[in-house]
Every structure is written in C-alpha cells, then in structure tokens.
Design a protein around this ligand. Structure first.
Ligand SMILES: Nc1nc2c(ncn2[C@@H]2O[C@H](COP(=O)(O)OP(=O)(O)OP(=O)(O)O)[C@@H](O)[C@H]2O)c(=O)[nH]1
Ligand SMILES: [Mg+2]
Length: 625
C-alpha cells in the first residue's frame, strides 16, 4: 500500500465484531475480509484484537475488528478486558469503533442477549447479526427478526458465517448504516444497571420474539451422556489419545519414506555433479542433510494436527476439559487450563498466550509456567528420529511399539507438568473455583476449516524450515567446518572446528548424562528452534562421516554410534528441554516480568538434567550401554 492509500484506509470507518465466545465472530470476520484467523468450536479461541478491511457492495472501504468473545462487559479475564477496552474506547491511541456488529448465536439467545443489552448502553451505532441460523432452523427455532429489531431498536440480520454468501445480509445492512465517528458512554453507565434487570429484559424480549419452547434440542445432549459419563468418558479420552499416537507413526511411514528418498536423491545428484570442496560440503552436508533431516517430519506433524483440528472443530475439547477438571483440580489447576495446555502441543507460545482466558491470576501463572512441558511439535522430530533409530518397529499385539514409546514421552511431559503445578500450588495455596465452561453443540468437522488448518500448520513448519532452520544450519555448517583439521589429525576435521571445540567444552557438563561432544554441538542451536537439534546432528554426523556416505540417513548413523542409554537420556532431556528462547520471551511479555522467564528456564534445565541423569544411569545399570 502507498502512503496515501494507507492514510485513507486508516480513516475509513471501523466496525467491531462483538459477542459471546464461540458465536462465530471470527468465522464472520474471515468471510468479510478473506482473512484466515483461527476458527474452532470452543470458547476462547480468539484472544487478541485483529484488524482487517474490506469494501462493501456499495463501494465503501471499511475496517473491521475481530475481538475475543466476552460474556459481559464487566471483564473477568485478560482477554475479555481487551474487548471491553476496545469498544469503550479506553485503549491508548485508539478511538472507539464507529459501529458495533453484535454477533449472537441464534440457538442460544438466552445467554447472548445480555451482552447485547449491555453494549447497547454504550450508545454506539449497532447492528445485530443473528448467526448460526442454519443450525437454528434445523432445530425448529423460529425468531421473528422484524419484531426483535423493533424490540432492540437496531437492525437485525441473519448470517451463516460458515457458508459462502452467508454474510450477504450483513453487508447490505452495513451499507444502509450511516457511519460517523461516535463517542461511547462511560462504562459506569453499564455497571449502574443491576444484572437482574437485564435478565428480566432478556426474558421479555425472548418471549416476544422466539419460539424456544419448540426447540427440538439437538443430539449433543445425548452424545454427552456417553462422552461425559464418569467411567466411559475418561476411557474414551484415553483411547482417543492412544489412537492418535499410534497413527502418527503408522500412517506417516509411506510419506516419510518418500521424502527421505527424495532428499537423498537430490543430495546424491548434487554431490555427484559438484566437485569436491567447501561449497559442495555446505550444500550436501549443511543444507541437504540438515534441512532435509527436519523436513522428513512434516507428515507426522500433519497427522497429529489432523486429529487435533478435528477435535477442535467438532466441539470435543471443552468436554475433555470437563472430564479432566477433577484430575486437574487435584493438582490445583482449573479445567480452564486444559485448552491453553492443549494448544501448547503445537507450540508453547500460543499456549502461554491462551492462558489469558484464565480468570484467577495464580492459576494463570501456574498454567503459563507448565505450558512448555507439554510436548510441542518442534520436539516431535527429535523424538521421532531417536525412536525410529533405537526402538524396534515391532508390534505387541495390535500395539505399535514405537507409537507406544511416543505416547509415553507425551504422557511423561503431562505428568511432570501436573507435578510442577501441584508443587507451585502447594507453596502458594489456592482457592478452588468451580469450572464454568460453555459446552458448544457438536457438529461435523468442517472440511474447509480442516484443510485450511492443516495448510496453515504445513506453512508454519515449512516457513521455519526455510528461514530460521536453514539459517542456523548454514551457521552450524560453518562453525563445524572451520578451522580445518591440523596436520596429522587423528579425528574427523569437525573435531577441531569451532563447533567441535564448543561441543567438547560443553561435554564436560553433559558427559555424566551420556552426551558426547557431537550431541552437545546440536544442543546449542536447538535453543533457537528445537528441530535444529535434529538438523545439526545430521550435519555433524555427515561431516564426521567417512568420505562417501555423506548423504546417508541420520537414523542408522546415530543407531551405530550412540548407546541405547545415551538415546534414552536424550529423549528424557527433550521431555523437559529448557532451551527455547522464543517461549521465554513470550513468558516475559505475558507475565510482565523477566523473573518468571528466568524461573522457567532454571527449573526446566534442572528437571532435564536430573531426568537425563537418572535415565542414563538406570539404562547403563540395566545393560543398555
Ligand atoms: N453451523 C454453523 N456453524 C458456525 C457458524 N458460524 C460459526 N460456526 C462454527 O462455530 C464455531 C465457532 O466459530 P468462531 O468463529 O471460532 O467463533 P468466535 O465467536 O470467534 O469464538 P471466540 O474467538 O472463542 O470468541 C466454529 O466451529 C465454527 O465453524 C454458522 O453460521 N453456522
Ligand atoms: Mg474468534
């Protein structure tokens, strides 16, 4: 955009999408603007203010805001506070929106209308988007929109945010609205009205405009009889998790083989066409062995996310939170922590941020502190590499042994997180609060959402591979290649390089847990991105390898040079893996203090070292040397 255009865009009217959690604001935002913000079937998906823009059918340039869902303007959680401050014009350097589009779930007006009435008291121009009318119609719910519009004194339109064209009525209504800069009433005018009065008003409006009495209900309640059953529920949850980890290994085999052989083929081809020298080594040993080694894990990451996205979209997640609430309550966590912790399986960063949806500050802090113990997807390559190299690809009954080990590693992360939470809570003391969580209606996973979600994941991974991982790999190669070996060297040249020296220095610390200098070299760049540890091992062993088999696959190489005890020790290390700089910086931002980032780095390093030490010694004692 040119400067002129930017100024025009900045002055175009601003519309805020506001509503209860999970009513479809983000889906509507994406439909209006063509954005691809995350949409999922649970409350608290959006935790930040997101701006987009579009041109209305009448040719008006408009800006829209997607906001975190809120039940009320008297914010209880940090994400709700963002929403409140934005609409009330309390954010520094930002005027209140020129109009509010209040999005409501048509099947649950009883809950949604309270916020509508509250927002109305701000006195901003308003429009009601009756979303999810497709579901409402299926359930036989009829809403008299004309009457509702009259009762509320604002235009009311029907929308279906997940259907192409489902935003049409909203667009037309927006074009009929005069959009002038407006000043909202102070928030105190909202707090002045007692909640009971608002609720009476909601009931009156509902009685006058809907036939909720005829609501046929939905399947969700019947499904929940099984899913939330105190005995069947947890068994189902455990079985589900188990199946997912099995699939990560058994389904990924073919696509991984394909990527491996392609990467190998390219390596061989380039290696064959280029003449011996540093450039060939950089490309073959540094880039292809390193980056290719990480790339191979794309299928496993996508399979894991395929399942997570399905669970997110169908509405199962809040149920799982519900099931685990008691267990989590036992260690002093609230069931609310479940979704932030689950997000941490992708990456601790969104997980730490999602802790904004937790009301109690202590609960929130504990959740943030344990989020990095959840196995993020950057660790998956490390696990998968070592498992594939050391754990036989065997079946015990119907159980794939490699999948089982992976499951155990994930479980270990979770159990450790619970123990740390318990310890933190025991020291700080805690009040238990009942879990208030909205259980959304189940629906079939939306294919497009699923495909988009997977695509986003693949993009994130490939971007990482193409940027930070590639850069680090080139750096690792340089440090591992220079200076060259001295006269009469007995070790491979890398031993004498800068990286080799660093690795040897570090191995003083890591020798007791079984890490030789080669592994120590890989640990350092792993701090910037954990996957790089795998890539770095690829480069280290390619460079240390003898002449011809440079592009050899890493798995057999490490299987030949590490003991089982070392392999298990490294797995244990990565369960705790304290080294992720971006997580630490987000923790500092979200907690507003560097203290917690340091504490996190410290306790995770200690746990990692202790766990690896025990694993290594026990494995040695049992004859795994
Ligand atoms: N059937 C149907 N489903 C919808 C509609 N709009 C949204 N959904 C689904 O409702 C769920 C919630 O949608 P989101 O857009 O994430 O809701 P949100 O209001 O942004 O939620 P928060 O960010 O948590 O406040 C998703 O599973 C969507 O696919 C609709 O009009 N019809
Ligand atoms: Mg949202």
């Amino acid at each position: 955009m040119g400067v002129m255009e930017q100024q025009v865009a900045a002055r175009s009217p601003l519309i805020a999408l506001l509503g209860n959690p999970n009513c479809g604001k983000t889906a509507l935002f994406n439909r209006l603007t063509g954005a691809r913000q995350k949409v999922a079937n649970y409350a608290g998906v959006t935790i930040e203010r997101k701006e987009g823009s579009f041109t209305s059918p009448a040719g008006r340039a408009l800006r829209v805001l997607d906001l975190p869902g809120a039940y009320s303007l008297s914010a209880q959680t940090p994400d709700e506070a963002i929403t409140r401050d934005v609409v009330a014009g309390l954010r520094e350097g930002e005027a209140a929106p020129d109009a509010v589009v209040c999005v409501v779930n048509a099947t649950n007006l009883r809950l949604n209308l309270r916020l509508v009435l509250e927002i109305q008291r701000l006195g901003l121009p308003m429009l009601l988007a009756l979303n999810m009318v497709d579901v409402a119609k299926k359930r036989g719910i009829e809403i008299d929109t004309a009457k509702l519009s009259q009762e509320l004194g604002m235009p009311v339109v029907e929308t279906v945010a997940i259907q192409a064209g489902g935003e049409q009525a909203l667009l037309e209504a927006l074009d009929r609205m005069p959009l002038e800069p407006a000043t909202p009433q102070p928030l105190s005018s909202i707090d002045a009205v007692p909640v009971e009065q608002t609720q009476r008003e909601v009931r009156r409006i509902l009685a006058a405009t809907t036939n909720y009495a005829h609501d046929k209900g939905n399947l969700s309640e019947k499904i929940d009889h099984v899913v939330l059953h105190p005995v069947v529920g947890p068994i189902l949850l455990a079985a589900l998790m188990f199946i997912i980890f099995q699939a990560v290994f058994s389904w990924a085999e073919a696509p991984m083989d394909f990527i491996t052989s392609t990467v190998e083929g390219i390596g061989k081809w380039i290696g064959g066409t280029m003449s011996e020298g540093p450039l060939r080594s950089l490309i073959v040993d540094g880039i292809i062995a390193g980056v290719g080694g990480v790339l191979v894990f794309l299928p496993q990451i996508l399979i894991l996310f395929f399942f997570i996205l399905i669970l997110e979209d169908c509405g199962y997640l809040p149920r799982a939170a519900f099931l685990l609430d008691r267990m989590m309550g036992g260690v002093g966590l609230s069931g609310r922590a479940f979704i932030p912790l689950l997000s941490s399986f992708a990456c601790a960063i969104p997980g730490v941020m999602a802790a904004r949806t937790i009301q109690n500050p202590r609960d929130r802090l504990v959740t943030i502190m344990i989020a990095p113990l959840m196995t993020c997807s950057a660790r998956l390559p490390v696990y998968a590499l070592i498992i594939a190299a050391f754990i036989p690809d065997r079946k015990i009954g119907i159980v794939n042994l490699q999948g089982l080990v992976l499951f155990v590693l994930y479980a270990l992360g979770i159990v450790s997180a619970m123990l740390v939470a318990w310890y933190m809570k025991r020291r700080s003391g805690s009040g238990q609060h009942p879990l208030m969580l909205e259980l959304p209606a189940y629906h079939w996973p939306h294919l497009q959402t699923l495909a988009l979600g997977l695509w986003e994941r693949a993009k994130i991974f490939l971007m990482r591979v193409g940027t930070i991982i590639l850069t680090l790999m080139v750096l690792v190669w340089f440090l591992s290649s220079f200076p060259g070996a001295p006269e009469g060297a007995t070790q491979p040249p890398i031993y004498y390089s800068v990286a080799g020296m660093l690795g040897r220095a570090l191995s003083v610390i890591f020798e007791p847990i079984g890490f030789g200098w080669q592994i120590c070299i890989a640990l350092v760049p792993g701090m910037a991105a954990r996957e790089v540890a795998v890539g770095a091992l690829g480069t280290v062993y390619a460079l240390a390898g003898s002449g011809d088999d440079v592009a050899n696959t890493l798995g057999p190489l490490i299987a030949g040079s590490w003991s089982l005890a070392t392999a298990l020790s490294l797995l244990a290390w990565y369960v705790y893996a304290p080294q992720c700089l971006s997580t630490l910086s987000v923790v500092r931002r979200e907690t507003g203090s560097a203290k917690y980032a340091w504490m996190m780095a410290g306790y995770m390093f200690a746990l990692a070292y202790i766990a690896s030490f025990i694993t290594y010694r026990v494995a040695l004692a049992l004859g795994g040397g």
